[in-house]
Design a protein around this ligand. Structure first.
Ligand SMILES: Nc1ncnc2c1ncn2[C@@H]1O[C@H](COP(=O)(O)OP(=O)(O)OP(=O)(O)O)[C@@H](O)[C@H]1O
Ligand SMILES: [Mg+2]
Ligand SMILES: [Mg+2]
Length: 493
C-alpha cells in the first residue's frame, strides 16, 4: 500500500491519488457516558473498576418481568449537553428497542432512541491544529443504555461476561458528515470532550472508555457525490482516530482507483498494527427491528424543565476563550490552551487578575507547563499554586528581582523550597537598585578594560560586553536598566 500525504497547502485535506485528487468525508458517532452515579433505567451504581458483576440490578441482567424506570438525572444531563451543543431540544422524545442478539446483551435488545431523539440538530465550532475555525453540524443526540462486556482473554476456550456496564447511560452524539480531515475529526472530538467536561455531563476520560467514537469515513472526487462510508467502531483515543482515518482513506482510494467499489462495512481498528479490518459486512447488516419500548412512556419535557437547565449553564470553553482574548488581551492561541479545561482557566484567571495578563500567560505556558511536563504531573498537583505564581510575578513587576533571577526562584519554588519572597530573602536575591552600588560596579569594569572602552567608542555594540561584566560583578542582581543607562552615560554612547 502506498502512503499518500495530505496536501496541507490546500488547507483542505485533499488526498492525491494516481488518477487525481480525492476529498475525505468524515462523520462521527461519539458515545459519551453520562456522569451519573446510577444507571439509565436502574439504581445500580456505575463506578469504574469494580469487581465484575457486582453492579448489576435485576433490570440490568434482563430478568423476565423487570421494569425499567427512567433516571431523570440522566435526561437532565442529555438536555444540558444539547444546550451546550447549541442544539434543538425536543420536548417529545421516545425510547425504542434496538433488537439484536449478543451474549453481553441480556435483554436481547438495547433501549435507545431512534425516530424521536431527545436532542435534534445543533452546531459547534472547532479549530483544528494549525488551521482556521470550522463549524461542524450535529445531527442528533440520543440517550441509550450501554451493553455488558465480553471477556475473551481469561481462558482459551471460554468467554466470560461482565454486566457492570450493562444499562449505563450513554449519550450518542451524531455529527453530520462535515469533517474533511483527520485533524478536523480529532479537533471535533477534543472540542466535544471539553464541552461535556465543562458542563459536567460526562467525565470525558477516553482511557476509561467513557468517551469513544465510531468513525465513518468515505472519499469522493472534490465536490462530487458522497461516497460509500465504512464505520470504524469504538476508537478510544484521538491519535487512533487520526490513524484509523488515514488508513481507511488510503484503502478506499486504492480500491476506487483500481476500478473497484467500496462495500459499506463495519470495521475494527487494530491499534497495534495501525490498520482497520472487517468486522461485519453489508450482507450480515443488522435489521434492528426498532419499535417503541412498551415498558416506557415517551419523554415529555416542560418548558420550565428546559429553562431551569438553561439558566444553570456554565461558561463553555469557546466562550471563555473569546472572553480571555477580549478581557485579558492574550493571543487566541494562548487563550485556546488556557481554556482547554476548567482548572487551567481558573488558575490563569487567579494569576492574571490584577496583574499583566500576558506575563501571567507566558509564565504558565512556558515555565509552569514545562516544569509540570518534566515532572510528569499536571496542574491539579502543581507544587506552585496560582497565588504563589502570582507572588513571583509581583516581585518581577516591582523590580525586586529581574526576569532572569525569577526563573531560578521559580525552580526553587517548584522544588518546594518556599514562596518567592521566602526564597528571595533566604538567598539574598534582591535586585540592586541602589544607584551608588551600581555605579561602583560600572566604574570598576570601565577601569579594568581600557582597551575595550576605546573600541566601544567606535563600535557601540560592545555595550553588551560591559553590561555582561557588570551583571557578573553584581552576581546578576544589578537592575539591568540602570546598568545600561549608566554605561551609556559613562562611555558616551
Ligand atoms: N458518505 C458518508 N461518509 C462519511 N460519513 C458519513 C457518510 N454518510 C453518513 N455519514 C456519517 O455516518 C454517521 C451515521 O450515524 P447514524 O447513527 O445516523 O447511523 P448508523 O451508523 O447507521 O447507526 P448505528 O448507531 O446503529 O451505528 C453520521 O455521523 C454521519 O455523519
Ligand atoms: Mg449511531
Ligand atoms: Mg453507526
Amino acid at each position: 500500500m502506498t502512503f499518500i500525504a495530505p496536501r496541507v497547502a490546500d488547507k483542505k485535506d485533499w488526498l492525491s491519488g494516481e488518477t487525481g485528487d480525492w476529498e475525505l468525508i468524515i462523520g462521527l458517532e461519539v458515545h459519551a457516558q453520562v456522569a451519573s452515579k446510577a444507571k439509565l433505567f436502574s439504581g445500580a451504581p456505575t463506578e469504574f473498576g469494580a469487581e465484575p458483576n457486582t453492579q448489576v440490578s435485576l433490570v440490568d441482567a434482563g430478568l423476565p418481568g423487570m421494569l425499567p424506570v427512567v433516571n431523570e438525572f440522566c435526561v437532565e444531563q442529555a438536555v444540558r449537553t444539547g444546550l451546550g451543543l447549541n442544539a434543538q431540544i425536543n420536548k417529545f422524545s421516545r425510547f425504542d428497542r434496538k433488537n439484536y442478539f449478543y451474549v453481553d446483551l441480556p435483554q436481547g435488545y438495547q433501549i435507545s432512541q431512534f425516530e424521536f431523539p431527545v436532542v435534534g440538530e445543533g452546531e459547534i465550532e472547532i479549530t483544528p491544529e494549525g488551521g482556521e475555525p470550522v463549524s461542524v453540524g450535529i445531527e442528533r443526540l440520543h440517550l441509550e443504555q450501554d451493553a455488558g462486556k465480553s471477556i475473551h482473554d481469561l481462558s482459551p476456550d471460554e468467554t466470560y461476561v461482565d454486566l457492570n456496564r450493562s444499562g449505563v447511560a450513554l449519550m450518542e452524539i451524531v455529527s453530520k458528515p462535515d469533517m474533511r480531515s483527520a485533524a478536523e475529526a480529532s479537533a471535533y472530538v477534543d472540542a466535544l470532550r471539553q464541552i461535556v467536561r465543562a458542563l459536567g455531563t460526562c467525565d470525558g476520560d477516553m482511557e476509561k472508555g467513557n468517551l469513544r467514537a465510531d468513525v465513518n469515513v468515505s472519499v469522493r472526487r472534490p465536490g462530487g457525490e458522497l461516497g460509500t462510508r465504512c464505520e470504524i467502531k469504538n476508537v478510544n483515543s484521538l491519535r487512533f482516530i487520526r490513524q484509523a482515518i488515514h488508513y481507511e482513506a488510503r484503502r478506499h482510494i486504492e480500491i476506487l482507483e483500481a476500478g473497484g467499489s467500496i462495500d459499506q462495512e463495519t470495521r475494527l481498528f487494530d491499534n497495534v498494527k495501525g490498520e482497520t479490518r472487517t468486522m461485519r459486512s453489508k450482507e450480515d447488516a443488522h435489521d434492528y427491528r426498532y419499535f417503541p419500548d412498551p415498558d416506557l412512556l415517551p419523554l415529555e419535557l416542560t418548558d420550565d424543565f428546559i429553562a431551569k437547565i438553561k439558566a444553570d449553564l456554565p461558561e463553555l470553553p469557546e466562550a471563555r476563550k473569546a472572553r480571555f482574548v477580549e478581557q485579558y488581551g492574550v493571543p487566541a492561541y494562548d487563550a485556546g490552551v488556557l481554556t482547554a479545561d476548567k482548572a487551567t482557566g481558573d488558575y490563569f484567571e487567579a494569576v492574571a487578575t490584577g496583574r499583566d495578563a500576558k506575563i501571567a500567560s507566558n509564565w504558565m505556558m512556558g515555565e509552569l507547563f514545562g516544569a509540570l511536563n518534566n515532572a510528569e504531573t499536571d496542574l491539579a498537583d502543581s507544587p506552585i499554586s496560582a497565588d504563589a505564581l502570582g507572588g513571583l510575578i509581583d516581585r518581577i513587576a516591582d523590580k525586586t528581582i529581574s526576569g532572569k533571577i525569577a526563573k531560578d526562584v521559580f525552580g526553587k519554588m517548584f522544588a518546594g523550597e518556599g514562596t518567592a519572597d521566602e526564597i528571595i530573602e533566604r538567598d539574598g536575591l534582591k535586585q540592586v537598585t541602589d544607584m551608588g552600588a551600581i555605579e561602583g560596579f560600572v566604574d570598576e569594569v570601565i577601569a579594568a578594560n581600557p582597551d575595550q572602552v576605546e573600541k566601544a567608542k567606535q563600535n557601540p555594540k560592545l555595550l553588551g560586553f560591559f553590561v555582561g561584566q557588570v551583571m557578573k560583578k553584581s552576581q546578576g542582581k544589578a537592575n539591568p536598566q540602570a546598568v545600561n543607562e549608566l554605561l551609556r552615560q559613562k562611555l558616551g554612547l
